[in-house]
Design a protein around this ligand. Structure first.
Ligand code: PEP
Ligand code: MN
Length: 337
């Protein structure tokens, strides 16, 4: 249920309502909008129906949430969610750009690439320290050593760090170093991992599963939010189709579809979607034109030698050129980058 408070409802009214909901074992999620405060009451529907919620002081109306995803739904929060990370944000007017190598490879290269993406205009630096590789014989990442190099890259550039977590046992460690935790496509329905990052205080970049529908993806976001962590950023990274010319098929229509269904920010990763360097720029431009709140771009200063995903990585120069080309497109859709 969504409980809509009257504009003149007091903090006491809100506290009283939340206490009553919690007393009967329900969860109360507060969404403070510009005009109205909403309380999402989640739990046993029978208990909810039996409560005379409309009689509570400060309550204007009570609406059922018909969608299976509740906290992620636009019904629960009408304004776009803006996720703040240090002095950067995702979901506001500024289009956030996350850039860096697929994997953290060594200290020098990580700092060099971070400086390169910063010079090109990136707002976040990325790099995988724990890598989900198809083959167990492929480079698996530097683990904690890689996290240290990411923290060093942040020290040199001031850019917040985005990195992947694959296992619930690593959440605490990764959260000590990273500013945003990424859940990769292969783990979008790892429910244990989703529940555990739901208890974490850091924002979560949730990638779309390789063959996941938008509803399934939003249900995964709901898992994280139900744990109390409402700082979820969705990332479209291409889905598996019958087409083999590209690594995956970028679902651009997911952007406007999500904008209707959810208040959460939507980032697009054209690099993993197309898998080929020369296709990254056109799809990044299309994503910005279609309303993406951010981009995730793989950048490597020596793509031929990259330990992972070199074929889809831009050089820092190509990244800077792309950023320059994106500016007028962002402006045309009322945004900045
Ligand atoms: C990545 O971002 O490095 C990655 C592994 O992406 P995905 O989970 O989308 O394949
Ligand atoms: Mn990659």
């Amino acid at each position: 249920m969504i409980i809509v408070l009257r504009p003149d409802a007091t903090q006491e009214d809100l506290d009283h309502l939340v206490k009553k909901l919690k007393d009967v074992g329900l969860q109360a999620h507060i969404s403070k909008g510009v005009e109205r405060t909403l309380v999402g009451a989640i739990g046993d529907e029978a208990i909810l129906r039996a409560m005379p919620l409309e009689a509570f002081p400060g309550v204007e109306s009570v609406l059922p949430i018909l969608k299976p995803f509740k906290l992620a739904s636009r019904d629960f929060r009408r304004e776009n969610s803006i996720i703040k990370v240090g002095s950067s944000e995702i979901g506001g007017n500024h289009i956030a750009v996350i850039a860096g190598p697929c994997a953290v490879e060594n200290k020098t290269l990580m700092v060099e690439i971070a400086k390169g993406v910063k010079a090109g205009g990136a707002n976040f630096v990325r790099g995988g320290a724990f890598k989900p590789r198809t083959s167990p014989y492929a480079f698996q990442g530097l683990e904690e050593e890689g996290l240290k190099y990411l923290a060093l890259a942040r020290e040199h550039t001031g850019l917040p760090v985005v990195t992947e977590v694959m296992d619930p046992r690593d959440i605490q460690l990764i959260a000590e170093y990273a500013d945003v935790l990424q859940i990769g496509a292969r783990n979008m329905q790892n429910f244990r991992l989703l529940k555990d990052v739901g208890m974490c205080k850091k924002p979560i970049l949730l990638k779309r599963g390789i063959s996941a529908t938008i509803k399934e993806w939003l249900m995964s976001a709901e898992y994280i939010m139900a744990g109390g962590n409402h700082q979820v950023i969705l990332c479209e990274r291409g889905i598996r189709t019958y087409e083999t010319e590209t690594r995956n098929t970028l679902d651009l229509s997911a952007i406007p579809v999500l904008k209707k269904m959810t208040h959460l920010p939507v980032v697009v990763d054209p690099s993993h979607a197309v898998g080929k360097r020369d296709l990254v720029a056109p799809m990044a431009k299309a994503a910005v034109a279609a309303g993406a709140d951010g981009l995730l771009i793989e950048v490597h200063s020596n793509p031929e030698e990259a330990l992972c995903d070199g074929e889809q990585s831009l050089t820092p120069d190509a990244f800077k050129k792309l950023m320059d080309e994106l500016r007028p497109i962002a402006k045309a859709v009322g945004r900045e980058i």
